[in-house]
Write a protein that binds this ligand. Structure first.
Ligand code: HAM
Length: 461
């Protein structure tokens, strides 16, 4: 076919706006963060839960709240026509059901807690999750339409001690340890209590009355919230509204003696553990299920305006809102994308003046000298990999010089495999760090390649 007859080139397709591919260079850090979380959470008695990314829309309407930004503006929701169970492919379609890609995981976890009757054993449940969430937000640095959360929930019937302030402090102490283990610098814990659900009802009325005379001077969103959900006004980020909002009655002055005592006990336990915190009386959070303790961790490096690294709090009434038994709970979700951005920004700061970040190398590159040695090369690779070494294998079609070029920068050693080596099972091994070339018999090869593994030659600059 001549050029003029070629079909027109098809445009290359791209990832959906607000979603991202994570490539191996990035996933190394993601995996490190996730492994650190899994190991730490296990030490506190948490087990992993995986819930579906699809849930019925009503779960979030009831759990997170119809009036929240998440439910009113940001959910990916559609009417799904599913055939009723037992009907064949040609059967009539059942009624449409509204489904939503989960915008957060707490409602799903509590739904699963109820569905699997986890309250029945009477025990406290400690559950953690790592997975994608979906919100139709305007994408920017640190804000995506598909993003990952690492979260945990502690929930149980009141007799399990699930209401105890010790649980709040334990969660916060675990988060402080997690961020410290990862080496996150300059984190700041902001803490508040929004009182019990009865306290909130009363405070909402106080706020509603206080908002009446100033309503017309607030932004359009706040004018609406002043009517529907006055507490949300405190969360407003519009600069012009801040002076007026700052002068509104404070929730701390309207919570009951019980809620105050609970909050004091959380603070005392945090102080005993040496976890620093800052009181923030305006921290009400963007979800309606919260009662009593609410918190956020912020950072100064890497996130710009989206500086909330994680958020959480208590939700003593959520199980009942979702049709379950009374089961108070507390939990958090870390924005994993934001945590990674923070760590990367820190690494960049650290690398300034010390050159590029080190790259991790494989243990060896096996270079068959001709395609005839490919089977022997693959067999050797299999043996070394099963000895837990990290191996890449060439395919015998490259000239020796090209094999060296590929291997250098990819692996710490090159293992040459020609006909002689295949027969004698004694290999020529070159270590790139010092240029040394040695001949090593097969039985000693794994040990020799590993021998240098822990030395500083593990990384190239
Ligand atoms: P949230 O504050 O809505 O809480 O989200 C928690 C964290 O997820 C935020 O602090 C932020 O780091 C991250 N995040 C939220 N939206 C985005 C986005 N569009 N792009 C990137 N990261 C984002 C919850 O989701 C609650 N379920 C937390 C919780 C658990 N409360 C009790 N248990």
């Amino acid at each position: 076919m001549t050029d003029s007859k070629k079909a027109p080139a098809r445009p290359a397709l791209k990832a959906v706006r607000g979603t991202r591919d994570l490539l191996p260079d990035q996933t190394r850090l993601w995996n490190h963060v996730e492994t650190t979380a899994r190991n730490l959470f296990a030490r506190y008695g948490f087990g992993e839960i995986r819930t579906p990314v699809l849930e019925v829309t009503e779960l979030f309407a009831r759990g997170v709240g119809e009036e929240t930004d998440i439910v009113s503006k940001e959910m990916f929701t559609w009417e799904d026509r599913t055939r009723a169970a037992g009907e064949g492919a040609r059967g009539p379609e059942s009624k449409a059901q509204s489904l939503t890609l989960r915008p957060e995981n707490t409602a799903g976890v509590v739904r699963a807690y109820i569905e699997h009757q986890m309250a029945n054993s009477g025990a406290l449940r400690k559950l953690y999750y790592i997975g994608p969430q979906f919100r139709r937000e305007r994408p920017q640095r640190g804000r995506y339409r598909q993003f990952w959360q690492i979260g945990a929930e502690v929930i149980g019937p009141p007799s399990s001690g699930s209401e105890s302030p010790l649980r709040d402090a334990e969660i916060l102490e675990m988060l402080a340890s997690f961020l410290d283990d990862l080496g996150v610098r300059g984190w700041r814990l902001e803490l508040n209590s929004v009182g019990s659900s009865q306290d909130r009802v009363r405070y909402n009325e106080v706020l509603r009355a206080a908002l009446q005379p100033i309503r017309s001077r607030l932004c359009a969103d706040c004018q609406r919230r002043a009517e529907t959900n006055p507490l949300r006004v405190l969360d407003c980020k519009v600069p012009e509204d801040q002076v007026l909002i700052g002068a509104l009655p404070r929730i701390a002055d309207h919570i009951s003696a019980d809620s105050q005592a609970h909050f004091d006990a959380v603070r005392a336990a945090l102080e005993a553990c040496g976890v620093p915190y800052h009181l923030n009386p305006r921290l009400v959070r963007g979800l309606d299920y919260y009662t009593r303790t609410t918190f956020e961790f912020t950072v100064t490096t890497g996130l710009g305006t989206q500086n909330a690294l994680l958020g959480g709090g208590r939700y003593d009434g959520l199980s009942e809102m979702l049709g379950g038994p009374r089961s108070p709970g507390i939990g958090f979700a870390i924005g994993e994308d934001r945590l990674i951005l923070t760590l990367q920004a820190q690494q960049e700061e650290d690398a300034k003046g010390s050159g590029a970040a080190p790259r991790e190398l494989l243990d060896a590159y096996i270079a068959p000298l001709t395609p005839a040695q490919n089977p022997a090369a693959l067999s050797l690779a299999r043996e070394l990999r099963s000895a837990s070494l990290r191996i890449e294998v060439g395919d015998g079609s490259f000239k020796l010089r090209k094999s060296f070029e590929i291997a250098d920068g990819l692996a710490r050693h090159i293992v040459l495999l020609g006909e002689d080596e295949a027969n004698s099972e004694i290999y020529t091994v070159k270590a790139f760090a010092n240029g040394e070339q040695t001949r090593i018999p097969r039985a000693k090869l794994a040990e020799a390649l590993r021998g240098l593994q822990s030395s500083s030659t593990n990384f190239v600059q």
